[in-house]
Design a protein around this ligand. Structure first.
Ligand SMILES: [Zn+2]
Ligand SMILES: [Zn+2]
Length: 301
């Protein structure tokens, strides 16, 4: 299988840009705030709620303007276009931890976390994948536009540059020198763009890798999915992955009171605001469905 060198170079480049955050020259408190806020805005709202719970699983309904906004936030995470992300994830649920799973750690932990992104077998190419798994999205010209000519990548790059441009402009307007403006703009780009992207990458990837290896199982699902409290917290509720595989269309992934699910809390807020409707809740029969037999430990790696 041919290595996708462009993807590998891109990943290395963004990781190196993120590592600049270690240098004091790139530090600013505004950058740190944008880093933390960005994890929520782009990771939780964009990936977890937009790409995953809404577009992939249709766990709730919302106005089209909100759906498109969430999808655009997810797009800014450089994790594929919405249609392809959805296709890959639906295939994951369809074949979870089987041969056809795009990223099962049964091959290797590294493969599940990251390796699968570096190759593109013929049956994983975007066009056939979207045709097979996410044709519903392509009825909307918005997703067609993001897909065509890889426009989604342009949106991501533009969003990263906005951090630099905003910092540069704000510094100049407030009387800073050109060097001050360059430093402040770079700080917002490194912290709010690159480092935030790398953090969201690894927490999203950890759902594919860590939560199919380490954690506890509340439901005896046929896959190896686990509930992992660390990923549950770091990935805004996506780490309650065994719960999710047991009931994929539920908007709520944390089932026990202490399984804190920031994405679900946000969806509850959207419900209060009247922006989320037809919200799917965990089936009350889950335990009976899966745990007629004792909860099993699936095959070890
Ligand atoms: Zn999974
Ligand atoms: Zn899912």
């Amino acid at each position: 299988m041919k290595l996708k060198t462009d993807t590998l170079i891109g990943f290395i480049a963004v990781h190196l840009l993120a590592a600049l955050a270690l240098l004091p020259w790139y530090f600013s408190w505004t950058g740190v705030v944008l880093f933390a806020a960005g994890i929520y805005v782009f990771g939780v709202l964009g990936i977890n709620i937009g790409f995953h719970r809404l577009l992939t699983h249709r766990a709730f309904s919302c106005p089209l303007w909100l759906e498109h906004t969430l999808a655009l936030l997810g797009t800014c995470c450089m994790q594929f276009s919405p249609a392809f992300w959805v296709a890959v994830h639906r295939r994951h649920h369809h074949y979870a931890d089987d041969e056809m799973d795009p990223h099962s750690p049964l091959k290797s932990f590294f493969w599940a976390h990251f390796g699968w992104l570096l190759v593109r077998p013929p049956d994983m190419k975007p066009a056939p994948m979207i045709d097979r798994y996410s044709r519903d999205l392509m009825r909307d010209p918005f997703y067609v536009m993001l897909e065509s000519k890889k426009n989604w990548i342009k949106f991501t790059l533009a969003s990263w540059m906005l951090f630099f441009i905003a910092g540069f402009a704000i510094s100049l307007i407030s009387g800073g020198s050109l060097l001050d403006a360059f430093q402040f703009g770079s700080s917002l780009f490194v912290w709010g763009g690159a480092l935030r992207t790398v953090f969201v990458w690894h927490t999203t990837w950890a759902v594919n890798s860590v939560t199919h290896v380490w954690g506890y199982r509340s439901y005896n699902t046929p896959d190896d999915s686990r509930n992992n409290p660390i990923i549950g917290l770091l990935a805004g509720g996506e780490g309650w992955h065994n719960n999710h595989h047991a009931d994929p269309t539920s908007a709520r992934h944390g089932h026990k009171w202490w399984e804190f699910d920031l994405s679900w809390t946000t969806i509850q807020l959207l419900m209060l605001l009247g922006l989320a409707t037809k919200v799917s809740l965990p089936s009350p029969n889950l335990a009976a469905t899966y745990n007629a037999r004792p909860v099993s430990e699936p095959d070890a790696l």
